[in-house]
Ligand binder design. Sequence first.
Ligand SMILES: Cc1ncc(COP(=O)(O)O)c(C=O)c1O
Ligand SMILES: [Zn+2]
Length: 410
Amino acid sequence: MSYAQGARCFHCLKQWPLSQIQYVCPECQGNVEIIYDYAQIAKVATREYFQKNTDFSIWRYEPLLPVQNQGTIPLQIGWTPLYPMRYYGAARLYIKDDGRNPSASFKDRASAIALLHAKAIGAQQMTGASTGNAGSSMACLAASVGMPLVIFVPEKAPQAKIAQLLIFGAEVILVKGTYDDAFNLCLEVSKKFGWYSRNTGYNPYTREGKKTCAYEISEQLHWQAPDWVLVSVGDGNIISGLWKGFKDLYQIGLISKLPKLGAIQSRQSNSIAKTIEHYHKTQKLEIQPVAATTIADSISVDIPRDGLAAAQAILESKGMPIEVDDTEILAAIAQTGKQWGIFGEPAGVTSIAGFNKMEEMHVFPKNATVVCVLTGNGLKDVASAIKTVGKPVCIEPSLSAVEKVVVKIK
Ligand SMILES: Cc1ncc(COP(=O)(O)O)c(C=O)c1O
Ligand SMILES: [Zn+2]
């Protein structure tokens, strides 16, 4: 059974019964969040409950979710590894490798919940706009249950993500424009044809999937919240989901403190950082749009569609936004691969670039536990990866040719 009770608007704070919420607040069109009967959940979702639970996927957290899977989606989503790394400066670093999900990104957590909700309300056709990962994830999971899907992506999305979309059988529409253009077009289309939209931020169910990563991090750390969680930010839906997840666990008594959130952005797509800066100057939480140009395509966003929730999460957690250069993001791809054997896409390792910067700035107290969420696998964008490591040598197939190269390598 679901303990979801209603929804609350992030803007006007008005509460609504779930039956009145299709996507956004009916009164002010603001994004909404789903609220639960936490007193009832606390009775069920205890440490003993999780100790006995043998489902190692996001569905182990069913009492905290608005939908039930019960075998509908057969693919394994979530319970991705949390790797303990060694100390770096003051901090103990952990990497949460969410590239290990079925479509190789964090987005599967969100697509799963949106898909089950779509089925629960009898939707026959889904749609979504994406920088690439949300779409390929939606396509992967939709394929697993036979849900028809139309996805809008910018024409410049990395080839691997477009290949995934096509392989999973989605109807793919490339848009001559940015992610923001694709997003707006998809909203119009969804209204006109009545297709159920997964659009990030706009659809409140995506946040409900994203919060499961916070549950896993806490449980994998034996019901301790880390001191800091660092994640890359585009629309801001992942970071607002993580914050909700930690707050849920705090509210039902499974963790006793909340982490600080590090919102890591490319300097060339820094709307959230600018929004927080503007807030500190004016005390007004107003989204500051930018013209994004970062090579980290997944976080290249002009207007963050869950920006208000993201900014609130950063401020409430007493965390901070951090801007990194695209060169630092590219360097973090090679660093993460060489040091730890993990291959991340640019937006995936942006959290590592942020960690490097925060470590230099001495942000972390001694012995701080810091989790970097690696949100997408590097095979999704090999063109960017190759830029950081260059081309390998190419030789005639002879031993003497090898000897010449080996001498050079030595
Ligand atoms: C790999 C990856 N990292 C980070 C993000 C950023 O998530 P959000 O747009 O919710 O901030 C995305 C979103 O597309 C992504 O695909
Ligand atoms: Zn409202």
